[in-house]
Write a protein that binds this ligand. Structure first.
Ligand code: NAD
Length: 474
């Protein structure tokens, strides 16, 4: 049963291990119907303060007991998986993605808890001789603010909360106001497992986020979201020299080399560009294709776009859900319309789908180049421009001529050549003959404006610590 058919969703904030009432609420819209289906607590500055104080109170005992942390984080993974059927329909109703993808989000969040539960950062002995015994120890930072966006509310929050808690910090989580309910639900589920105050979950607008980033007891801000908000958070953090990890937007280039098989490339690029309806930070967002194969690649991509089943994520058979919210739908439409005004050819899609939901046709554009907004900016939606090139050096230069630096990929039959081109791209990650593939032990980071700091793997755990050198004279 989908949430839209079931009784209204009712979830509360979690502060100090208990439900926390707020005076105000805000509406949550199901993007597949365009209708309000629930309300969420709207945290005031006083509620933010209560959450941060609860995290600060829980910190001393949490940080001092690594054994309990390990047991509790493994139990948290179990609890999330046990509550899968409750969380999944809520996530699909507020975010739009198909139920199977919502299930994968919950499973991935649980995997992060399990992965970091057992990871240690052992002390390093730097010197042990007649002059000194020198050790490097990693310490937690204190209460951490975790602020997440609406495209993968649970996976992205899990990638931060699990290492933060494993390292001995305590957390206040604030999801996006477009997708607050699944995170609040996770807070409720984990109340049963985590000691009071270790994880506090509140919801609210951007002001609540800003109140977290300026709170004097917060020692680190771990943020995923837009570049504009990332810069505002960096500025807010600077006043108190709070530590930050910023995972920000991307405009990933894809370079398709001469001699590549256009159908194989289309079959590889399309699902990665259109998964979650293109609302993925590291999705392919602009394709540079050698002119000799561009028409065939465009046709193969267009065919896949026309065949994709767009619909309500809670219905069986849906492959692509709606765009998450109306402003984002309008932005995607505006960028496609702008490209068409600048002479782009629409090979597939090109318009909003009639109805109350926020649906946009999977769209393939070509006959356009740099200087057009959908090429230069992050579209974050189901529309992909394919740009022709004749000179590889020129394609590499255009791929790099941007403030973005999250992901990128190179596709071709000649692996050695593709790998050599990969080395020349400016990005946190460059894939060869794939894109977006990730595992928990691989570090993930953006360069340039796409981010500061590293998540995942042991680097993700280190990011929630600072070092303490103990130098003992002999
Ligand atoms: P957003 O920046 O608008 O909002 C993200 C979060 O920040 C929300 O919870 C919001 O309430 C909060 N916020 C807004 N203003 C704030 C402020 N001044 N202080 C503190 N918090 C504030 O981003 P979005 O539209 O929700 O997400 C889409 C963006 O996220 C895209 O650019 C996408 O590329 C990026 N993203 C990046 C990654 C990554 O890992 N690099 C992953 C997913 C999404």
């Amino acid at each position: 049963m989908s949430v839209s058919e079931s009784a209204a969703v009712s979830v509360s904030s979690t502060i100090g291990g208990k439900a926390h009432p707020t005076a105000a609420t805000f509406d949550v819209v199901n993007p597949a119907t365009g209708e309000v289906f629930a309300t969420a607590p709207d945290a005031s500055a006083a509620d933010v303060d209560a959450a941060v104080r609860a995290a600060a109170q829980a910190y001393p005992s949490w940080r001092s007991d690594a054994k309990t942390r390990r047991e509790v984080l493994n139990a948290a993974a179990d609890a999330l998986l046990a509550a899968l059927d409750e969380i999944v329909p809520i996530l699909t109703a507020e975010q739009g993605k198909p139920l199977a993808e919502s299930a994968r989000e919950v499973q991935t969040a649980a995997m992060f808890f399990r992965y970091y539960a057992d990871m240690e950062l052992p002390r390093e002995v730097l010197r042990d001789d007649e002059s000194a015994f020198v050790q490097l120890v990693r310490r937690p930072l204190g209460p951490v603010a975790v602020i997440a966006p609406w495209n993968f509310p649970l996976t992205l929050a899990g990638a931060k909360i699990a290492p933060a808690l494993s390292a001995g910090n305590t957390v206040v989580l604030k999801p996006s106001p477009f997708t607050p309910l699944s995170s609040l639900k996770v807070g409720e589920v984990l109340r049963e497992v985590l000691p009071a105050g270790v994880l506090n979950v509140i919801s609210g607008g951007n002001e609540a986020g800003a109140a977290m980033t300026t709170h004097p007891l917060i020692r680190k801000i771990s943020f995923t979201g837009s570049i504009a908000t990332g810069k505002a958070i960096a500025a807010a953090a600077a006043a108190d020299l709070k530590r930050t990890t910023l995972e920000l937007g991307g405009n990933d280039p894809v370079i398709v080399l001469e001699g590549a098989d256009p159908v194989r490339v289309a079959e590889g690029v399309f699902p990665r560009a259109f998964s979650n309806s293109g609302q993925v930070c590291v999705a392919p967002k602009r394709v540079y294709a050698h002119e000799s194969l561009r028409p065939a690649l465009v046709e193969a991509l267009a065919e896949l776009a026309r065949d994709a089943k767009v619909g309500d994520g809670s219905l069986a058979g849906t492959e692509l859900g709606p765009v998450n919210n109306r402003p984002q739908l309008e932005r995607v439409a505006e960028l496609v319309d702008d490209a068409v005004r600048h002479g782009a050819t629409v090979a597939a899609g090109g318009g909003v789908i009639d109805g109350k939901g926020y649906f946009y046709q999977p769209t393939i554009l070509t006959d356009l180049g740099d200087g057009v907004r959908i090429v230069d900016e992050e579209q974050f939606g189901p529309a992909l421009p394919v740009i022709g090139y004749r000179d590889l050096d020129d394609a590499v230069a255009r791929a790099n001529a941007t403030h973005f630096g999250l992901g990128s990929s190179v596709w071709g039959e000649d692996l050695e050549r593709a790998a050599a081109v990969a080395e020349r791209l400016e990005a946190g990650t460059t894939w060869v003959n794939t894109h977006t593939a990730r595992s928990l032990d691989e570090p993930f980071a953006g360069v340039k404006w796409s981010g500061i700091g590293v998540e995942s793997g042991r680097w993700g755990l280190k990011g929630f610590t600072e070092f303490h050198l103990i130098h003992q004279a002999r």
